[in-house]
Design a protein around this ligand. Structure first.
Ligand code: GLA
Length: 386
């Protein structure tokens, strides 16, 4: 089902009897730079055409009433006496964002909201961030406050860290706030500065959903983060005090190899080498050297598979299939891991052939039906006309 802003406004008027504004926030695909964001490192995501829409209108009181068209469920909260703990469902993202906006000193108005999305849920394309950012934008619009993209990205990240309980970095919320059509963003997750990196018009980002669903909030993601923190602690003893793995070069890590348990060493090696690959990929895209960009992507996949151990046989199969096709420059898993999607940098003219080979080959290897989307980078959050 594809819902346009107008359909959403009609649903809203039917439920709440008023004409809403509609905020649109995109999901994302990450070209390269996985798990580097919470290590103060570099990432290079692009916003997608898949997005979450939030229709909203202020209320005279301090209540939030939210209807999800996808879940066909309504939730109500009082901003002055919110529940103390998360409910463990979709509404946590919205209430968490509202609470963190207030905690950041922004006084919200009550509001009625209707949410809808076409971002595949749990597929590693940031359905959570799209929901958080579209609701943040809608609530801020309803309260007539200024929308400051980077500040709001941080507030949404806090909602997920402190309310939902997923210790994510800032990449997904950042790109959903700041995405630029036709471009990926090179984000420095320490300074939070970013640079637009043009994706040539003859290229597509081919996203393939393995249909294997990841479970982030459940331990594996947080466990990877803890391993990185342990690496920082141990390396601070041997090198010099460091704040994050961002501060370690590949040579320094090699020199300290003996001081680290093998597992921690391999986790750190992924992060340290991935930062280098992101910057290589950026340089290659700027120079129009798509082959070099693709090589960095392929190497990133190997590092995620062997060192960080966040891939799974299904995504390895999809990546392997893509890498055999002429016109595909590089392919890797994208997102937090343990299933989800792959991204391939591909000539537009090769999309049809690659899709066919990937769908057929994947079915034969796994019995599963992959979903494939040829994406072009889109814009970050904004109001869209009703
Ligand atoms: C998830 C998190 C991000 C990032 C990626 C891995 O999408 O939300 O902050 O850590 O995983 O790169």
């Amino acid at each position: 089902m594809s819902v346009q802003a107008r359909d959403l406004a009609v649903e809203f008027a039917y439920r709440f009897g008023r004409v809403p504004t509609v905020s649109r926030a995109p999901g994302r695909v990450n070209l390269i730079g996985e798990h580097t964001d919470y290590n103060d490192g570099f990432v290079m995501p692009a916003a997608l055409e898949f997005a979450t829409l939030t229709a909203a209108s202020p209320r005279p009181d301090r209540r939030l009433r939210v209807y999800s068209m996808i879940m066909d469920e309504t939730r109500e909260f009082d901003l002055d006496s919110p529940p103390a703990v998360a409910a463990g469902d979709w509404s946590d993202y919205i209430l968490g964002v509202a609470l963190m906006l207030e905690q950041s000193g922004r006084r919200l108005a009550g509001a009625d909201l209707v949410v809808w999305t076409d971002v595949p849920i749990g597929a590693g394309l940031s359905s959570s961030a799209a929901l958080e950012v579209s609701c943040a934008h809608a609530l801020i619009t309803a309260a007539r406050l200024p929308f400051e993209p980077i500040e709001i990205a941080k507030v949404c990240q806090r909602a997920e860290n402190d309310f939902v309980g997923m210790r994510c970095g800032v990449m997904d919320q950042y790109i959903s706030c700041r995405g630029v059509a036709g471009h990926a963003l090179l984000i420095d997750c320490r300074s939070l500065a970013s640079r637009n990196v043009a994706i040539a018009p003859n290229l597509r980002l081919l996203v393939a959903n393995s249909m294997v669903r990841h479970q982030h909030a459940g331990g594996e993601y947080n466990a990877r983060r803890e391993a990185c923190e342990e690496g920082v602690r141990l390396l601070s003893r041997t090198l010099r005090p460091i704040k994050a793995l961002r501060d370690v070069t590949p040579d320094q890590l090699e020199a300290s190899r003996r001081k680290l348990p093998d597992l921690i060493y391999r986790r750190c090696r992924h992060i340290v080498t991935e930062n280098t690959r992101v910057l290589e990929a950026e340089r290659a895209l700027d120079a129009g050297d798509f082959v070099a960009c693709g090589q960095a992507m392929n190497a990133s996949h190997v590092s995620m598979r062997d060192d960080f151990e966040i891939t799974c046989p299904e995504v390895d199969t999809l990546v392997g299939l893509a890498q055999t096709v002429e016109g595909v420059y590089g392919s890797r898993m994208t997102g937090g891991g343990f299933g989800g999607c792959t991204v391939s940098l591909i000539e537009a003219s090769a999309v049809e052939k690659a899709s066919r080979i990937m769908i057929d080959g994947y079915r034969i290897a796994t019995g599963l039906e992959a979903e494939i989307f040829a994406c072009a980078p889109s814009d970050g959050v904004r109001l869209i006309p009703v």
